[in-house]
Write a protein of this length. Structure first.
Ligand SMILES: [Zn+2]
Length: 398
């Protein structure tokens, strides 16, 4: 009888241990869904420059940024409020994010100012505008509701309704801190990675952020009213650079949130300039030299989840090494690099970093990878992971 009850106690203890562990796992918070909102669209062109419209630039950068997140963060679901030139009401954009229970909302816009010399990037979170300039930005972005069918959706809320904004932020609690943290990360990436003028993190009362029930930002990627910047913003390579900065800020944020959720960090990085991880030196995956597959073996097993299982596409990646050993693709094993995956081919495990849909984007990642793996090089493959000649791939993806 005694033995049975001891066994019983041990059994219950083990069960309790696993229940607690399972609970701890579900409680660990991670960034699983992001909503990318391309500002304006359809009958609402947004701000206009000499030859282009905000809605088109915003959509292009939004699709590129979302594409980078989908390809490189297979555990993250990317939802777009629009993927084409269509009119979506502001409150519907928030609804899309709320319905998806998104963890982050990124609204992408292009700025305008009567001063033709204004330039640079700024990222807003919901808050009381501290100056006229910020208030003007919010008013201009909110203006679109004059084109909507039912403005009563916004219950009279306006960009200068400070009381309502303060109440909103009180209700949002921790989301505000996280919005500020992410806004700081985006601005940091624009400045450090793309070299854009930093107009820093700002606050104002934007209707599109009003109803979102998650950390949310509105990022202005440049001024369409500045002749030089308008030209720069319409160049697809530059759009790719901005998209890459948004993607990297997203990864910074995801790491920050997940580390904080695991109790590894307790501070808010908003006050810190750069939250880029400082990687611990770790051994290269294998001393074996990377080998290029030129024979006709059967198509290798697809490794990370591709963006789409049915569509055919070409992707670029950076091969960092190859060897006979399978190594866990964690940053610790790869000099701090995240987004590492492997493809099993010709009896070797080939390790790659990053996945992009354009050559330009992968070249942006190359310096960082080469600083850790000097012999790393760019490869192109198709959706079945078949290796392609770079020149052939670049002709098809340009
Ligand atoms: Zn806008």
């Amino acid at each position: 009888m005694r033995t049975i009850s001891s066994i019983h106690i041990i059994f219950v203890s083990i069960l309790m241990f696993f229940t607690i562990m399972a609970q701890a796992q579900t409680n660990a918070y991670s960034v699983k869904t992001v909503v990318i909102d391309a500002g304006h669209g359809g009958k609402d062109p947004g701000a206009c420059g000499k030859f282009s419209q905000e809605k088109n630039i915003a959509l292009s950068v939004a699709l590129k940024a979302g594409g980078l997140i989908s390809m490189n963060c297979p555990d993250v679901k990317v939802i777009y409020t629009r993927k084409t030139d269509e009119f979506i009401e502001l409150h519907k954009r928030a609804e899309i994010a709320n319905k998806a229970k998104a963890d982050l909302f990124i609204s992408i816009h292009v700025n305008a100012n009567t001063n033709p010399n204004s330039n640079g990037t700024e990222t807003f979170t919901m808050g009381v505008a501290k100056n006229e300039a910020n208030l003007r930005v919010a008013k201009a972005e909110n203006d679109v509701i004059s084109l909507e069918s039912d403005a009563s959706q916004y219950q009279g809320m306006s960009a200068n309704d400070n009381e309502a904004i303060i109440l909103h932020n009180l209700q949002q609690g921790a989301f505000c801190d996280n919005s500020l943290a992410f806004a700081g990360m985006i601005q940091n990436r624009y400045k450090e990675d793309v070299g854009r003028k930093d107009r820093s993190v700002q606050q104002a009362g934007f209707l599109v952020l009003w109803k979102t029930a998650m950390p949310s930002v509105l990022t202005e990627i440049g001024f369409i009213t500045n002749e030089e910047e308008e030209k720069w913003l319409n160049n697809s390579d530059n759009q790719a650079e901005l998209a890459y900065a948004i993607y990297r800020a997203f990864v910074d944020y995801k790491k920050y949130i997940e580390k904080r959720s695991n109790g590894e960090i307790t501070h808010n990085p908003q006050t810190e300039q750069n939250v880029a991880p400082s990687p611990k030196p770790a051994p290269a995956p294998s001393p074996a030299k990377p080998t290029v597959n030129n024979n006709n073996k059967p198509a290798p097993k697809p490794t990370p989840a591709p963006a789409s299982k049915t569509e055919s596409y070409i992707y670029y990646s950076i091969q960092i090494g190859a060897g006979k050993d399978k190594i866990a693709t964690t940053p610790e094993n790869f000099n701090g690099l995240s987004n590492v995956f492997y493809i099993e081919e010709d009896g070797l495990f080939k390790y790659y970093c990053g996945k992009t849909s354009t050559y330009k984007e992968i070249t942006l990642l190359l310096p960082e990878v080469k600083s850790k793996y000097p012999s790393a090089y760019v490869v192109a493959r198709d959706n079945t992971n078949k290796k392609l000649q770079l020149t052939e791939a670049r002709q098809k993806t340009k």
